[in-house]
Write a protein that binds this ligand. Structure first.
Ligand code: IFM
Length: 452
């Protein structure tokens, strides 16, 4: 382990992460309503091989086995998401007791196993009924989210301390309503911007509702942040860097942590529309004080000015660089850059890496094992960069591997395996990969400070 474990404090949180739609399955059980992902997956051509989360990895029924896996790996924390359509099938109104009971059992099971539950309230599975009423581009969705957050807090707040409102609002808004490659599959740039604002508002409205109900709650939000760099150092591409950093990082960091949208991005998108939904007072709500920032880091984008002088287009440059099976550059240095940016430009706040990991084309050996040394190298490289950032003064307190299990990778269906635990998608048998054993040993050695 080359001394890696010794670079983290004994109190550092080691965990693994999942999300509801990617693992639960049982989409029609116990009163669950339809989500935008059920609808999206049913539309031809939206996901690889028309895959969906209908069965996923059947975590809804196999959760005791999955909790036991986390326990056996010796991880202290498990990050999961609550499916809004299980709690309020139509996104509004009274709670569905069977949906709440599922998370109740899960939280109890985690605590009995000595694992800290880290729920996220929204990981992209909006109730379809709310999308039918306009979805995230409509302000009412933010109000409905705050009500839903209050219901979950009332049910679990006596046992759950760490709460994350949203996972990756960039994906939910820009991929879902702009690029259309995620549910609900809309390609309306103005709606994407409006959606991003209402996601921020939903977060800001939910924070006090959580705090009222859960004394001592630690509340945060998870953002996916990217390292952005220019295609060369001539200075010609610096404005492309500014634009993309603005849209991918600062558009989400600034409102939540500074209480304002970046003026340069507002100027960039002035002709797009959608920002007229921002009302006086919204930003004060959105900037509700937080206890932590969740950072999901996967890769870097290298950008270049578009071909026409003076035009605003940006090219994303393909580098000849080692890549994951998702085609993403393996760039641990970027994690350090992202953390340095947050540290430099925003008020101090504890940070947790709530996701980091990689898809690789895992090979199952004749004995059923998966020797995923590429994934071990990926995680080790990122943890070394993380330790450097901590040494440089960034307050990072935990790391969650994405993902505990191979699962439904959204538009990529089951083609991309991110798990540290292999899942046979036919039999649903779980088998820890070499990376799980390595990660468990690192967590154990770090927590006990024994030499690895
Ligand atoms: O699988 C996703 C997860 O749902 C959100 N963050 C990125 C992961 C890998 O694409």
């Amino acid at each position: 382990m080359n001394g890696l474990s010794e670079r983290f404090d004994p109190g550092f949180v080691w965990g693994a992460a999942t999300s509801a739609y990617q693992i639960e399955g049982a989409t029609s059980e116990d009163g669950r309503g339809a989500s935008i992902w059920d609808t999206f997956c049913a539309q031809p051509g939206r996901t690889f091989r028309a895959d969906s989360g209908e069965v996923a990895v059947d975590h809804y029924h196999r959760w005791p086995e999955d909790v036991a896996l986390v326990r056996d790996l010796g991880l202290g924390a498990y990050r999961f998401s609550v499916a809004w359509p299980r709690i309020q099938p139509d996104g509004r109104g009274p709670a569905e007791p069977r949906g709440l009971a599922f998370y109740d059992r899960l939280v109890d099971g985690l605590l009995e196993a000595g694992i800290e539950p880290w729920p996220t309230l929204y990981h992209w599975d909006l109730p379809q009924a709310l999308e039918d009423a306009g979805g995230w581009p409509v302000r009412d969705t933010a109000e409905r989210f705050a009500d839903y957050a209050a219901i979950v807090a009332d049910a679990l707040g006596d046992r759950v301390a760490n709460w994350t409102t949203l996972n990756e609002p960039w994906c939910a808004s820009f991929l879902g309503y702009g690029a259309g490659i995620h549910a609900p599959g809309r390609t309306e740039p103005a709606a994407a911007l409006a959606a991003s604002h209402h996601l921020h508002l939903a977060h800001g409205l939910a924070v006090p509702r959580l705090r009222e109900r859960v004394p001592g709650a630690k509340v945060g939000i998870t953002l996916n942040l990217y390292a952005i760099s220019p295609a060369d150092d001539t200075g010609r591409h610096d404005d492309a860097v500014r634009r993309i950093d603005g849209l991918m990082n600062r558009w989400f960091l600034d409102p939540v942590l500074l209480g304002r949208y970046p003026q340069d991005v507002l100027d960039d998108v002035a002709g797009v529309g959608g920002t007229d939904v921002i009302r006086a007072g919204d930003l004060a709500t959105i900037a509700a004080p937080l206890d932590f920032l969740g950072v999901n880091y996967y890769s870097r984008h290298v950008v270049a000015a578009g071909p026409w002088p003076g035009a605003s287009e940006v090219d994303f440059v393909e580098r000849d660089w080692p890549k994951t099976a998702s085609g993403w550059d393996i760039d641990p240095v970027g994690l350090g850059e992202v953390l340095a940016q947050v540290h430099r430009d925003y008020p101090p706040l504890p940070i947790y890496i709530t996701e980091n990991g990689a898809a690789f084309d895992d090979v199952v050996g004749p004995d059923g094992t998966v020797e995923d040394h590429d994934r071990i190298a990926f995680v080790a490289g990122h943890l070394a960069a993380l330790a450097d950032a901590i040494d440089a003064g960034v307050d990072v307190r935990g790391y969650f591997a994405w993902s505990l299990l191979d699962n439904f990778e959204w538009a990529e269906g089951y083609a991309k395996r991110f798990g540290i635990v292999h899942v046979d998608f036919d039999t649903l048998v779980r088998t820890p990969k070499a990376s799980a054993r390595w990660f468990a040993e690192l967590a154990r050695a770090s927590s006990t400070k024994e030499r690895s």
